[in-house]
Design a protein around this ligand. Structure first.
Ligand SMILES: Nc1ncnc2c1ncn2[C@@H]1O[C@H](COP(=O)(O)OP(=O)(O)OP(=O)(O)O)[C@@H](O)[C@H]1O
Length: 408
């Protein structure tokens, strides 16, 4: 569940009044912001120099495709003046600020979405906010929403390079930019501005998605260019950018986005979604995500994942830096998957977040102090104490045997 009650004090009701803020306040949320962001593995910032090139469509469909592959995904719409994400997905009802919470439909269980549009009682109201207010709202989206452990956060920005972009770049310096463009010289000129912006503020660009440059013939599957051919390719080469993929113009995308049915389109019937797979795979390569499919989703019914700190293939006597964990997945009392992984750090703020991101539900460990056990328990991780020296597989099997003996 994502909670939003904090927004009552910053979102004007039905009007475009400015909330009172100097914009100069120190951010008491700094700690929470870092805590939240440390739990998110990859942050992708979707940009375009020009409006209407399909940036929101790419952001939304990337988020859908990732969630369908089992990744935990957050989609943040920071296009404060023209938020479209909520509309494209048909998430009709405005968020109830009285109850301060909102739950997403079951079929989007791997996807969390937040857009300023979700909070507007009147969606046609113009939003007139100064830079400082935008900055504050974006910081609050990032620091006060309980995003929890995510594999990907997709951020949809307005066109151009304005306050929203600066707020994101300052708050998430580790975000990586994906630039969306159509293959026309007029759009590509704006791409150069986006590149310049990213370079000036030190945002890493992972590549460009070319959109609506061709159509795919429904009868013969031939690709028919809609613009002067070669313009996009030449520009990518001259800008030294990675082309992540070329998405076709697909009339189903327009109709589905207009009707709020983007999430209902069958990817198998859509040339756009088929080509989006190439974009996704190129993004995985660029960010170093080795598995294009999350093997088994954390929290799936009947699935538990054990983390066992190991040394020389056996349960380690204690936690130590650079230690491997055996991650063992159990489904219906059977071990279905086993692999090793190393956490990025052993700090209290990092280790539980990493374990949760890896879908871990149980830790098997030796000699953990009660205070450390309580700490993991508070993070929703069950601790099972065992003696060191046995293999992780044996320990998990012993635990499963003990459980079934108790149930008999
Ligand atoms: N590949 C595509 N095929 C067909 N229609 C598309 C495609 N990509 C985007 N569209 C349509 O083009 C229009 C503009 O797309 P979108 O809103 O995603 O652009 P944008 O760059 O985010 O615009 P802005 O930032 O100005 O809001 C929408 O109607 C959308 O449905």
């Amino acid at each position: 569940m994502t909670t939003f009650s904090f927004l009552t004090d910053i979102i004007p009701n039905e009007t475009s009044e400015l909330p009172q803020t100097s914009g100069q306040e120190a951010h008491p949320d700094e700690h929470h912001l870092r805590w939240n962001l440390d739990q998110i593995r990859y942050k992708l910032f979707i940009l375009s120099g020009k409006g209407g090139v399909g940036k929101s469509s790419v952001a939304v469909t990337l988020a859908l495709a990732l969630a369908r592959r089992g990744f935990d995904v957050g989609l943040l719409d920071v296009d404060l003046h023209g938020p479209d994400v909520y509309r494209m997905l048909g998430l009709g009802k405005p968020l109830s600020l009285i109850h301060g919470e909102h739950s997403l439909p079951e079929d989007l269980k791997h996807l969390k979405i937040i857009s300023v549009e979700a909070m507007m009682q009147n969606r046609d109201a113009a939003i007139i906010w100064r830079g400082a207010v935008k900055h504050k709202i974006i910081r609050q989206f990032l620091s006060q929403i309980e995003w929890e452990a995510l594999d990907f956060l997709i951020i949809d920005a307005p066109p151009g390079t304005g306050d929203e972009h600066l707020a994101i770049a300052e708050s998430i310096p580790e975000a990586r930019a994906v630039i969306v463009s159509t293959p026309q010289e007029i759009s590509l000129a704006d791409v150069r501005k986006s590149i310049n912006f990213c370079q000036k503020i030190g945002l890493q660009i992972i590549g460009v998605v070319e959109n609506m440059g061709h159509v795919v013939c429904a009868d013969c599957g031939t690709s028919i260019p809609l613009f002067r051919s070669g313009v996009g390719d030449q520009a990518m080469r001259s800008l030294n950018l990675n082309l992540l993929g070329s998405l076709p113009f697909d009339p189903q995308i327009v109709a589905a986005a207009d009707d709020g049915r983007l999430k209902d389109l069958d990817p198998a019937d859509s040339p756009f979604f088929q080509e989006l797979d190439t974009v996704l795979n190129n993004i995985f390569t660029a960010v170093g995500q080795t598995e294009p499919q999350k093997s088994l989703a954390a929290g799936e019914p009947g699935v538990t994942r054990f983390a066992v700190p190991v040394q020389d293939g056996r349960l380690a006597e204690q936690f130590s830096q650079n230690q491997h964990f055996a991650l063992i997945t159990v489904r219906r009392n059977q071990i279905v998957e086993q692999r090793e992984a190393i956490p990025p750090d052993f700090k209290p703020g990092i280790l539980p977040a990493w374990l949760k991101r890896e879908g871990v539900t149980h830790i098997i460990a030796a000699g953990l102090k009660t205070s450390v056990q309580d700490f993991f328990n508070r993070q929703g991780l069950t601790v099972i104490l065992a003696s060191s020296g046995l293999s992780p597989e044996t320990l998990v099997k012993q635990h499963l045997d003990n459980l079934s003996a108790k149930n008999d």
